[in-house]
Design a protein around this ligand. Structure first.
Ligand SMILES: Cc1cc2nc3c(=O)[nH]c(=O)nc-3n(C[C@H](O)[C@H](O)[C@H](O)COP(=O)(O)OP(=O)(O)OC[C@H]3O[C@@H](n4cnc5c(N)ncnc54)[C@H](O)[C@@H]3O)c2cc1C
Length: 593
């Protein structure tokens, strides 16, 4: 029996055969999310150094098991028991505090104490490593975790990215004060981070921020109202405010670190006014915060607040792409388990061509995002090692991943829900939560429009990063000697066209409304080239080439909706000779099945 073979989920296995329970398709509960992920296992060997892979694989495996089992169970419970705000303590003091369910607290222990996600990029000693973990490994671990729990990844990631800002921009005294607490693995005493920018006046339009900073006796005091504050009770928040007298717009914004408690242990002068009643990410607390003269520490250069904060935003964007990819994988796994088990009209539903087509519409964006995030993470590792070319490449890969993977997550989640039929709509199955959680990806850290504009106007128009991308992809195509020449030519031609289109849209302001299709074009061709290249590597699964082809044909090629299409996703006839072996759409369906 292979990894995704039908098996009864624990919650259904009690008395098979009774009450018609054996007619209900099982889910992925109890499976090891690492072991069942052929794509991830293959690609980690490719994107990680062999030594790192050997040392870290037991941890991928352990987290995969946890994610499919205990974490999944805890996530289900935490979603149904959202945090509660208590504005005052029992003595009536304005000592607000948030009450979390024990399931959330247990997940925090796994994240912050056991795996120490927040610290793994910043110091040695996490998971037995003698140096910080490579970005590829960190994001692979995030990917496994999020397949079970999405909400908590926000506090985990913002703690990680806040540490980055403090390490990079804070003065030595502030670093000495904050870093030992933030890098600790002791959940009882550590300081977790977060990041507040959005106000009622502006989310996308950051320059409209109204929070002011006043210098009183050498200390900064903040006054304002932050409208969206995820991880609202974090111990330290990085936020933007305008020092009195500073310029308007984004230029006058400075970056501050706002502690929840002051050095004497008392509460800082701000209040969590209320928590948001959210569509998704319900396990995690997002609130509104009123700053009433709260003490804050200036971080870095007062005139470079937004520029510095954008480093955090970009790291978060990459993580958001990874989270979308993780949720899509969960959707795919759930859909596959269901499709192979559920009977309709005398056969399993996967045997129906239309259903197989639906599965491939879930699988292709899922595989695209996996290649994209691993490639982006490896590029980050190169950039961190001082490679300037990689830094420029990461500049465009990050918003591409955030923009397109987060958008794809929505139809993928809906598609997976539909594969389960009516049960998919019912809250005791994970699909309903996946549908709810999927939608936040197109909002936080910039909406789709804002990310598409960042790609086209800034990364392409100002930085010329698309040229670096084209050169990098072209280099990969050169390496992929086993790709059949006609297919390679199609990839090359499409790459040229996608880059040309993005450049044209960037150059002509009248084409601004084309920024999203232009950004999507870059994403799809990048992922198609990556998957083709991956398939050509020794020992890799040649079926990734088929995903490359499907991405090329179904996401980048014109179609006549009224023409019969015998190369359709559901059709087993379309073939691609690859690596001296013929792989067909049927192989993909087999892979899925
Ligand atoms: C659950 C949740 C948690 C959040 N947590 C945080 C947090 O912890 N910290 C934080 O700082 N923020 C947080 N946010 C805020 C989030 O980042 C913003 O909501 C988001 O950036 C959009 O800003 P806005 O809501 O002001 O919408 P607006 O900026 O008003 O946008 C409204 C619409 O206009 C479009 N638009 C705006 N400008 C343009 C343009 N130039 N061209 C085309 N279209 C445009 C947008 O794409 C959007 O569709 C959170 C949001 C949610 C929902």
């Amino acid at each position: 029996m292979d990894a995704l073979s039908p098996q009864r989920s624990p919650n259904l296995s009690g008395q098979p055969g009774k009450c018609g329970a054996d007619h209900v398709a099982p889910d992925c509960s109890g499976m090891n999310f690492y072991k069942i992920d052929r794509g991830l296992r293959d690609l980690l060997r490719l994107y990680l150094e062999p030594n790192d892979f050997r040392r870290l694989e037991p941890h991928f495996d352990r987290l995969g098991q946890l994610a499919g089992d205990r974490l999944d169970e805890l996530a289900r419970i935490a979603d149904k028991h959202p945090p509660l705000l208590h504005p005052r303590d029992r003595l009536g003091r304005d000592e607000d505090w948030i009450d979390y369910h024990s399931s959330y607290r247990e997940m925090e222990k796994v994240a912050f104490a056991d795996f120490q996600f927040h610290a793994m990029s910043h110091r040695a000693g996490v998971l037995g490593m003698d140096r910080p973990l490579p970005a590829v490994a960190k994001y692979a671990l995030q990917y496994l975790f999020v397949q079970a729990e999405f909400g908590l990844m926000c506090p985990i990631s913002v703690t990680d990215t806040s540490i980055h800002l403090v390490r990079k921009f804070a003065n030595p005294e502030l670093k000495d004060y904050l870093l030992p607490k933030m890098l600790s693995g002791d959940v009882a005493t550590m300081w977790k981070g977060t990041q507040f920018m959005t106000e009622r006046a502006g989310g996308s339009d950051v320059g409209a921020i109204e929070t002011t900073a006043r210098l009183v006796d050498g200390e900064w005091r903040l006054y304002g109202d932050k409208w969206f504050c995820s991880h609202a009770d974090a111990d330290i928040a990085l936020l933007l405010a305008r020092p009195e007298g500073a310029a308007g717009g984004t230029k006058g914004l400075a970056l501050f670190a706002l502690p929840r408690r002051l050095k004497d242990g008392s509460r800082n002068a701000y209040r969590i006014v209320r928590l948001k009643d959210k569509l998704g990410t319900r396990s995690m607390a997002s609130g509104e915060i009123l700053l009433e003269g709260a003490l804050a520490y200036l971080v870095g250069d007062a005139g470079a607040g937004l520029k510095q904060m954008m480093e955090q935003v970009n790291l978060s964007r990459l993580s958001h792409g990874v989270r979308a990819s993780a949720m899509m994988r969960r959707c795919l796994n759930e859909a596959m388990v269901c499709a192979r088990t559920r009977m309709a009209f005398g056969k399993t539903i996967i045997e129906h061509p239309l259903l197989r087509r639906q599965l491939l519409k879930i699988a292709v964006p899922t595989e695209q995002s996996l290649s994209m995030f691993l490639f982006a993470a490896r590029t980050m590792d190169r950039a961190n090692a001082g490679d300037k070319d990689a830094e420029a490449l990461l500049r465009i890969l990050t918003p591409l991943l955030k923009f397109r993977a987060c958008r794809d997550n929505i139809p993928v989640a809906t598609g997976a829900m539909e594969v389960r039929g009516g049960n998919g709509y019912i809250e005791e199955w994970v699909q309903a939560r996946l549908v709810r959680d999927a939608h936040i990806g197109v909002l936080w850290e910039g909406t789709s429009n804002i990310n598409a504009l960042d790609i086209i106007t800034r990364a392409v128009g100002k930085s010329g990063a698309h040229r670096r991308l084209a050169a990098a992809l072209s280099g990969l195509l050169d390496q992929a000697a086993t790709i059949p020449p006609p297919f390679r030519d199609r990839l090359r031609n499409t790459l040229e066209r996608a880059v040309g289109f993005a450049e044209q849209v960037a150059a002509e302001p009248r084409l601004e409304a084309q920024a999203r299709p232009a950004a999507s074009g870059l994403y799809h061709i990048t992922s198609a080239v990556l998957m083709g290249w991956e398939a050509s590597r020794p020992g890799a699964d040649a079926r990734r080439a088929l995903y490359a082809r499907l991405a090329l044909e179904h996401r980048l090629s014109p179609k006549d909706p009224l023409a019969a299409n015998d190369g359709g996703r559901e059709n087993a006839a379309a073939e691609l000779v690859f690596s001296e072996r013929t792989v067909s759409i049927a192989d993909v369906v087999e892979l899925l099945a």
